[in-house]
Ligand binder design. Structure first.
Ligand SMILES: [Zn+2]
Length: 469
């Protein structure tokens, strides 16, 4: 075979998700061959290393307005940190503003994201939807955005979509081959529990889990699964946290096996797998403020069981960093900016669970971090897989490297990591985005603006409809 542009040689490559000895050849940003003894003008030696598809982080919040602040990373700094962590594609969110159409908010966010170092796609945040605005979904789809984020809570800040509107949106999305992503918590219970806690002077961060107990999640998960099934829309539950929530997913899936067309994807995050509510008792407990809150160690175990049993499809970060000063701006949990950093530590933390604790297998890791998110978002098989024709998004991992996570070594725009001191085994060495090396041996060698927007394909079975619209 003629000499190729770039070849990653001698590694254990996860071709089509299966680990095997193979070289990976790249031309013009795509994978052109998987095989033995391939030669390239440029060669990267991956002897003793794993060659994985680049990680797709399906849930990030760069430069997100929260509590009068903005999450610390913009698309430049945040995607640099992502690249250091082996993430080659992020899926962030448009920011809905009153009076702005879905398409306008997507276009404005794409302008902000143009500086990205790695590829990006967007979910369209849906807030303040009305019957007269339903046609906006088709406009968003034409822009390549087919994933729409809804909240069943945050009525206090005007972000909630009520059940009636949710059902109508779901039905429209089903017609368009779109996907619904839901932050599922029961708003009335959250409001009522919060009010009760505040009236008793229970305002500490350790009270946050009681303000948003797992029944909130379980009830809302059950309800939106039912609505999605009746609407026939593909649904993704964002950041699932609890065993109770997972039980409702299992029940919904049993029902949908009875011939319903919709499917439910489930996402969880490293913080719900690795941390629990005891983090709130730490000296900087408020640094861990997030919604939904961290839960019990039993919930953590239930989520790991969910992963083992194939109930959970993807792990994403909900990356939303703030500084310690910002995270502690108030004593009261209700006045804090919610969100924690994570885009850079996603792969290292999960590698630790493969190579360290052995809790999951390496191929399952690739499913959870690459194939799962790419399929759930309509980015597969361009993203999330090492296969001929796919984008040459590659991360080379050294499975022998042991590290203790230290905030000072990381590149996210924050002085806090929830995983400070956490021991991991395995670390990303080289990150390649569409054939370009962007991180090499701990050095950034990419460029601002290299990232490209990745459009989302319609859901399977809806292609005909798509053409008709
Ligand atoms: Zn989020």
């Amino acid at each position: 075979m003629a000499e190729l542009q770039l070849v990653v040689r001698n590694g254990t490559a996860f071709c089509h998700g299966r680990a095997q000895r193979a070289d990976v050849a790249v031309e013009d940003g795509r994978i052109v061959a998987l095989g033995d003894r391939l030669r390239g003008k440029r060669e990267v030696d991956a002897t003793g290393c794993w060659v994985m598809p680049g990680i797709v982080d399906a849930h990030t919040h760069m430069a997100l307005p929260v509590c009068g602040l903005r999450s610390g990373d913009d698309f430049d700094s945040g995607t640099r940190a992502a690249a250091f962590g082996g993430v080659t594609c992020i899926v962030d969110f448009s920011v809905a503003e009153p009076g702005m159409s879905l398409a306008a908010s997507i276009e404005s966010r794409r302008e902000q994201a143009a500086v990205s170092v790695v590829d990006y796609s967007l979910h369209s945040e849906v807030v303040g939807m009305t019957p007269s605005r339903l046609d906006e979904f088709a406009d968003a789809c034409r822009l390549g955005v087919r994933s729409f984020k809804f909240y069943t809570t945050y009525s206090d800040s005007g972000r909630m979509t009520d059940d009636g509107m949710l059902f109508r949106c779901f039905r429209r999305l089903a017609l368009l081959g779109g996907r619904a992503v839901v932050h599922a918590e029961n708003d009335a219970i959250v409001l009522s529990m919060t009010k009760e806690l505040l009236s008793k002077g229970r305002t500490s961060i350790t009270d946050l889990p009681d303000a948003r107990p797992s029944v909130c999640e379980a009830e809302a998960v059950s309800r939106v699964c039912l609505l999605a099934r009746h609407a026939g829309v593909e649904l993704r539950i964002a950041h699932l946290t609890s065993g109770d929530g997972l039980a409702e997913i299992a029940a919904a899936r049993r029902r949908s096996n009875a011939g319903a067309p919709s499917r439910v994807w489930v996402e969880t995050c490293p913080q719900y797998l690795l941390l629990d509510e005891t983090s709130y008792e730490q000296a900087c407990g408020r640094c861990f403020a997030a919604t939904p809150p961290l839960r019990t160690s039993e919930d953590r175990l239930a989520l790991w069981n969910g992963i083992a049993e194939g109930m959970i499809d993807l792990v994403a970060t909900d990356h939303c960093p703030f500084t310690r000063a910002e995270k502690t701006m108030s004593e009261r949990f209700v006045d804090l900016p919610y969100g924690i950093p994570g885009v850079e530590t996603l792969l290292p933390l999960l590698l630790g669970e493969v190579l360290g604790s052995g809790r999951i297998g390496s191929e399952r890791l690739v499913e959870l971090l690459c194939e799962g998110p790419a399929r759930a978002l309509g980015l597969w098989p361009r993203k999330g897989v090492l296969a001929v024709g796919a984008d040459a998004d590659i991360v080379i991992v050294d499975p022998r490297e042991r590290r203790s996570i230290r905030t000072d070594d990381l590149h996210m725009a924050t002085d806090f990591s929830p995983y400070e001191g956490h021991e991991v085994v395995g670390w990303p060495r080289v990150t390649i985005v569409r054939g370009k090396i962007v991180v090499e041996e701990g050095r950034f060698v990419g460029e601002t603006g290299w990232g490209r927007f990745v459009p989302q394909q319609p859901t399977a079975g809806s292609r005909e409809l798509e053409r008709a619209i």
